[in-house]
Write a protein that binds this ligand. Structure first.
Ligand SMILES: [Zn+2]
Length: 146
């Protein structure tokens, strides 16, 4: 559900396709056209956040080549990074990136990627805590904070 919703986010490239006369440049890096894929995967602001998250999952730094590749990655389970945790991480990164993009655009508020990652970290810990009585979530905390 959350994935299909992302196609409808009013990124600048979509606003322009609807006829708005605005700059196409990304609100976070100002160096590429702001599309969903750029914002959440390729932006120079977002990439260090992915690198920090992958390190916490004991996975090597990676660059997702496409949206489909990212979605496939969330469905894979490995010893240190079960699918459910990958989905939680992806969802948190996307949410925090969109929030920061709107903060930059509407409030001229800029936080560095490292502090955004700290809020993502807290968000993931809270999400796991809230679901700790579900069987599938019991092990996730040890994967994330160890
Ligand atoms: Zn960007």
């Amino acid at each position: 559900m959350w994935i299909s919703h992302l196609d409808r986010l009013p990124t600048r490239s979509r606003l322009i396709s609807w006829g708005m006369q605005i700059s196409p440049l990304c609100c976070l890096c100002s160096s590429a056209t702001e599309t969903r894929d750029h914002l959440f995967m390729f932006c120079g602001f977002t990439m260090p956040i992915w690198t920090s998250a992958l390190a916490r999952l004991r996975l090597p730094p990676a660059q997702f080549q496409s949206w489909d590749a990212l979605m496939s990655w969330t469905r894979v389970s490995s010893q240190t990074a079960p699918s459910m945790l990958r989905k939680l991480v992806t969802q948190s990164i996307i949410y925090a990136t969109w929030k920061q993009r709107n903060n930059a655009l509407h409030n001229s508020l800029f936080f560095p990627p490292a502090s955004i990652f700290k809020s993502i970290d807290r968000e993931i810990i809270n999400s796991i805590n809230a679901r700790r009585h579900r069987k599938n979530f019991q092990k996730l905390m040890s994967f994330w904070i160890s």
